[in-house]
Ligand binder design. Structure first.
Ligand SMILES: [Zn+2]
Length: 67
C-alpha cells in the first residue's frame, strides 16, 4: 500500500523499523477486547518521507483491530 506524505505529497518509504532507544522491541499498539477474546497487539512500523523527513506510524495487521 502506497503512503503519500501529508506534508508534501511525496511517496513515502514504508517498512522502517521503529525502535525506542534502549528498548529494541519498539513500540507496540494494543487494544483491549471485551468478553473472552484475548487482547490484540501489533508492532508499529514507520514510513519516512524522503523529501521532507515527515514520519508516519502504521501497523501491517490493522484488520485485527476491527473485529
Ligand atoms: Zn514529505
Amino acid at each position: 500500500m502506497k503512503r503519500i506524505c501529508n506534508q508534501c505529497q511525496t511517496e513515502m518509504i514504508n517498512d522502517c523499523k521503529v525502535n525506542v532507544e534502549y528498548d529494541l522491541s519498539g513500540i507496540t499498539i494494543s487494544q483491549k477486547r471485551k468478553g473472552l477474546f484475548k487482547n490484540v497487539s501489533a508492532k508499529t512500523k514507520a514510513a519516512v518521507c524522503p523529501n521532507c523527513g515527515n514520519v508516519a506510524f502504521y501497523i501491517d495487521d490493522y484488520q485485527i483491530f476491527n473485529k
